[in-house]
Design a protein. Structure first.
Length: 237
């Protein structure tokens, strides 16, 4: 039996673009790349690619991150699809955007040079090609929404961290300051943090206790918005 295409006259390319957020223990940053091909060669861009016919969207995004960072099992979330007819001047391209969270200290620094890439603070993001600026804005909104109900620090902090480092992470995500006492009290009330006997003495002789996440208690957190509100009580704005 001969099988025909639904629309043989239609030609649309499918791409995956990745918005990569990184945390360096002080601030949240965005990874951008100098575009190496025309059109718009030399401009700042997200990293992406046209998918192969035999590769799924999710796998393509995972492959991009692995080739770039050398890391597997990186936090990755599909954001949305961008499909304006004229979004790319070269041809009709529909892009599916993903955002990921990476600890900068685990990132392959040599890869930055190889890809002509650079980490940018949120308030220093340059003009981006096509609709990549819209993708970044959408990803930031999604990240802030997710952080209200999901302990994303698990992805961005080292195994052992101080309460202050955790607060710094949330303050960098929301670009606002929180009351230290209230933040500490509310976070401990979630029962997802375990205090260890270790201390971080880098900032003072007395030092601050190091904590780690209780992995078994993280299972109470859902993957969908609206099912868990405890962290939303901490982040009041």
């Amino acid at each position: 039996m001969t099988i025909h295409k639904y629309r043989p006259e239609q030609s649309i390319a499918i791409a995956v673009d990745c918005i990569i957020f990184g945390f360096d223990s002080k601030d949240l940053k965005l990874l951008l790349f100098r575009r190496k091909t025309d059109p718009l060669k030399g401009s700042w861009s997200l990293i992406g690619e046209l998918i192969d016919n035999d590769v799924s969207l999710d796998q393509s995004a995972k492959d991009i991150l692995y080739r770039l960072s050398g890391l597997k099992n990186v936090f990755l979330k599909q954001l949305r699809t961008y499909g304006l007819v004229d979004r790319d001047p070269l041809e009709r391209v529909v892009s599916v955007a993903y955002y990921s969270l990476i600890r900068i200290d685990e990132f392959n620094l040599q890869s930055l040079e190889n890809h002509d890439a650079k980490w940018f603070d949120f308030d220093q993001i340059p003009e981006l090609i096509l609709d990549h600026g819209q993708m970044v804005d959408d990803a930031i909104r999604s990240l802030r929404s997710s952080a209200r109900y999901n302990p994303l620090g698990f992805e961005l902090l080292p195994e052992y961290f101080t309460i202050q480092q955790l607060q710094t992470l949330y303050e960098s995500i929301y670009r606002t300051a929180f009351d230290p006492g209230n933040f500490r009290k509310k976070m401990l009330s979630l029962h997802i943090l375990e205090r260890t006997g270790k201390k971080d003495k880098s900032a003072s002789k007395k030092g601050a206790y190091l904590y780690r996440f209780k992995k078994e208690n993280l299972k109470q957190f859902p993957t969908q918005t609206g099912d868990f509100e405890s962290i939303k009580e901490v982040i009041k704005f």
